[in-house]
Design a protein around this ligand. Structure first.
Ligand SMILES: *Cc1c(COP(=O)(O)O)cnc(C)c1O
Length: 416
């Protein structure tokens, strides 16, 4: 099939229309070549002796995707005991798997210790309990540097009102606990959210971390979380990863020299590695003209892609069935009985019923946040890998919806 004109490269590469016909809509499609390219962009940008990229797997946890990252040589960043257990199914070594929970019970942390992953601690109460229970297990401390990274307040996590991390101003308290318990701090961590706008803000956060690191003996790594912003709209700004790489590598190497030890520089991107690799393909059920608006109603909703309704995320929407059509203005909505608007007043080549609309940047936090709301089935997922398309999750069916429900004998059977 001939490449579709006026489409972003990744969609043309995916032969998206063909896939929509073959696997039906709604459908998530991922391209492993883009995941790989994004991984290389990071590893090329940072010039330090020891660099480790941990894929933040909550972005997209399909096992095929975990396998791709294992083959590329990443570690994993996990945020729940269930993700930790996934690590052991698909990753060979736990050495660089970091567990970064927030507000979980000490019992869950105990299970992660038993599993052998690295533990990142984000509050002093847990640090004290941890010290009593596991005095010989090294820890990482998640610091809140109190920088506002920019972007959506709902996903920014490094500012002063955030529930994440231990305030950098509480580090003396952390030190007292660590010394009293005889704990070893092997890592320092910050994660400000990937919506960070300027390399300068990020470097400021890095300096704060270096300052704290100077006070700690026997560090092995510094983990800068995820800090790479990708362009989503036309003309969007992106993190200049080459510039950031150059500046941070230089500061990091200087720090290691002064510290007297070669530390590992860790990043844990989710979105950067998988967002652009994914597209969500949907079919237009209805084109509905009201007195004020033309709605394009598609065969999906906030049950499958909640980001626009949840935190005003923007996804480009493209008509892949009619790329040369005359552009008109549409509000694209879902079929859920609840307001579920994907985009307002979008200029899209003329949309006809039956056309396939593609949502771009649908690799991260899209399928992984999907639900069965309205008793709808979750979509299928397809992976394009080395020129082949593979079904990596089948579409759900009615049995899937009933699977965990318990039938009570006190009620008459439905069929009497
Ligand atoms: C979610 C998360 C990430 C990944 O964030 P992205 O914005 O997807 O890059 C990294 N680290 C931690 C601790 C997280 O919770």
């Amino acid at each position: 099939m001939e490449a579709l004109p006026s489409l972003p490269n990744n969609l043309a590469r995916l032969n998206a229309l063909e896939l929509a016909q073959k696997y039906d809509c709604p459908l998530y499609v991922y391209d492993s070549a883009i995941m790989k390219r994004q991984y290389r962009r990071i590893t090329d940008a940072f010039r330090v002796k020891k660099l480790k990229i941990n894929y933040a797997c909550k972005a997209l946890t399909n096992q095929a995707v975990l396998n791709i990252f294992r083959e590329l040589g990443t570690g994993l960043d996990t945020v729940s005991i269930q993700e930790v257990l996934l690590v052991f199914l698909f990753f060979v070594s736990a050495k660089y798997e970091i567990y970064t929970p927030n507000c979980v019970s000490i019992e869950e942390i105990n299970r992660a210790v038993a599993a052998g992953v690295r533990i990142n601690i984000d509050n002093i109460s847990i640090l004290e309990q941890f010290g009593h229970l596991h005095p010989t297990v090294p820890v990482c401390i998640r610091i809140n540097p109190h920088i506002y990274a920019g972007g959506s307040s709902k996903i920014s996590v490094g500012h002063i009102d955030s529930k994440f991390g231990i305030s950098v101003h509480q580090m003396p308290h952390v030190q007292r606990v660590v010394e009293a318990m005889g704990l070893r701090v092997e890592g320092l961590h910050m994660h400000t959210g990937s919506d960070i706008l300027a390399a300068g803000v990020f470097l400021q956060g890095a300096e704060i971390l270096f300052n704290s690191a100077r006070e700690i003996q026997d560090l092995e790594y510094i983990d800068f979380g995820s800090c790479f912003k990708e362009p989503i709209k036309e003309n969007d700004i992106a993190t200049d990863i080459e510039e950031l790489g150059e500046k941070l590598s230089q500061r990091f190497n200087e720090f290691c020299q002064n510290y007297g030890r070669e530390l590992t520089l860790i990043f844990e991107p989710g979105k950067f590695l998988v967002s652009e690799a994914g597209a969500f393909l949907t079919r237009v059920n209805v084109v509905k003209q009201t007195t004020s608006t033309v709605f394009a109603g598609i065969d999906s909703g906030l049950n499958h892609l909640i980001r626009p309704m949840f935190y005003d995320a923007y996804h480009r929407i493209i008509n892949i069935s009619n790329p040369q059509g005359k552009p008109r203005i549409y509000t694209v909505v879902g079929y859920i009985c609840e307001t579920d608007t994907f985009g307002v007043n979008r200029k899209i080549p003329e949309v006809r019923e039956g056309d396939v609309l593609a949502f771009l940047n649908a690799g991260a936090y899209c399928f992984s946040m999907a639900s069965n709301y309205n008793s709808r089935f979750r979509p299928a997922e397809v992976l394009i890998h080395e020129g082949q398309d593979y079904l990596i999750r089948r579409r759900e069916n009615l049995e899937d919806l009933l699977q965990n429900q318990v039938e009570l004998p006190i009620f008459n059977s439905v069929n009497v």
